[in-house]
Design a protein around this ligand. Structure first.
Ligand SMILES: [Zn+2]
Length: 267
C-alpha cells in the first residue's frame, strides 16, 4: 500500500475517535461558555443598576435640600410682601417668588422622574437576580456534566492528539491540505473505505452463494467505475469519489459487505 495512503487512513481513524469524543461532550462546552457570559452580563448590569440607584438617592437628597431652601426663601419673600411701600417693589418681590416657585416645581418634577427610574431599576435588579440564580444552577449542572466527560475522555484525547501529531508528520502538505479541506466540508470524514456488496443467491443444489456487486463509496454510495475499482484494490493510487469528493481506499475486511443492508446516504 502507498505509504501516504496508509498514513491518511491512520489519521482518519484517529480523527474518527476524536469526533466520537466530541460528540460525547455534545453542546456542553458551548452551553457552559454561553451561560458564563450571560451570568457575567447580568452581574454587570445589576452592578450598574445599583450604582445608578445610589446616584439617584444622592441627587434626590440634594434636590430635597434645595426645595427646603427655596421654600424658606419663598416664606421670606412672602413676609416681605407685607412690608412693601411701592408697586415697583411689590412687582419685584412677586417676580422673585415666581422664580422660586418655578425652581421648586422643577426640582419636584425631577424627583418624581428619578422615583420612577429607581422603581424600574429595582424591578430589573430583582428579575435579573432570579434569572441569575436560574442560570447559575444550570451552569453548575452542565459544568459537572462536562467535567465528568472530560475526566472520562481527557487521557484518551491527549493520547490521540499525540498520535495525530506523529502521523501528520508523515503526510505531505498537499495531501494534508486536501484531507483538511474534505474533512471540513464532509463532516470530518475525508477518507473512507470503498465497499463492494456481495449478494446472496441460492444455486440449484440449494447452497448459498455470494455474487459480487459493484464497488461504491461507503458514505455516498456513488459507484466507482470498474477500471478505477481495479486501481482502488491495489491501494497504490489515491482515488477520489466522483460524487462526494472523499478519498477512497480498499480494505479487504472493511470493504467486503455481505448481504443487503439498508443504506443511508451520508453526504
Ligand atoms: Zn462518495
Amino acid at each position: 500500500m502507498l505509504k501516504e495512503l496508509d498514513q491518511l487512513i491512520e489519521l482518519q481513524k484517529i480523527d474518527n475517535q476524536l469526533i466520537e469524543i466530541k460528540e460525547l461532550k455534545g453542546e456542553l462546552p458551548q452551553l457552559v461558555e454561553q451561560l458564563e457570559n450571560e451570568i457575567k452580563e447580568l452581574k454587570e448590569a445589576n452592578q450598574n443598576h445599583k450604582e445608578r440607584v445610589k446616584e439617584i438617592d444622592k441627587l434626590t437628597r440634594k434636590a430635597e435640600r434645595e426645595i427646603e431652601d427655596l421654600e424658606q426663601k419663598q416664606d421670606k419673600y412672602e413676609d416681605q410682601l407685607y412690608l412693601v411701600t411701592s408697586n415697583k417693589e411689590y412687582d419685584a418681590i412677586t417676580a422673585e417668588i415666581e422664580t422660586v416657585k418655578k425652581k421648586i416645581s422643577e426640582n419636584e418634577y425631577k424627583i418624581l422622574e428619578w422615583e420612577e427610574e429607581e422603581e424600574n431599576l429595582e424591578e430589573q435588579i430583582k428579575s435579573n437576580k432570579i434569572d441569575l440564580e436560574e442560570k447559575e444552577k444550570k451552569l453548575s449542572k452542565n459544568k459537572k456534566k462536562l467535567e465528568k466527560t472530560k475526566k472520562k475522555t481527557g487521557a484518551k484525547t491527549e493520547k490521540l492528539k499525540e498520535k495525530r501529531k506523529k502521523v501528520v508528520q508523515n503526510i505531505s502538505k498537499r495531501h494534508l491540505r486536501e484531507y483538511n479541506r474534505i474533512a471540513g466540508a464532509r463532516g470530518g470524514k475525508a477518507i473512507v473505505p470503498a465497499i463492494q456488496r456481495y449478494y446472496p443467491h441460492e444455486d440449484k443444489k440449494g447452497n448459498i452463494e455470494y455474487e459480487p456487486g459493484e464497488v461504491s463509496c461507503s458514505l455516498c454510495y456513488k459507484i466507482v467505475p470498474p477500471q478505477k475499482a481495479v486501481d482502488l484494490r491495489s491501494n497504490d493510487h489515491i482515488l477520489r469519489c466522483e460524487s462526494c469528493g472523499r478519498l477512497l481506499y480498499w480494505d479487504d475486511e472493511e470493504s467486503r459487505v455481505y448481504g443487503e443492508e439498508d443504506e443511508e446516504e451520508i453526504i
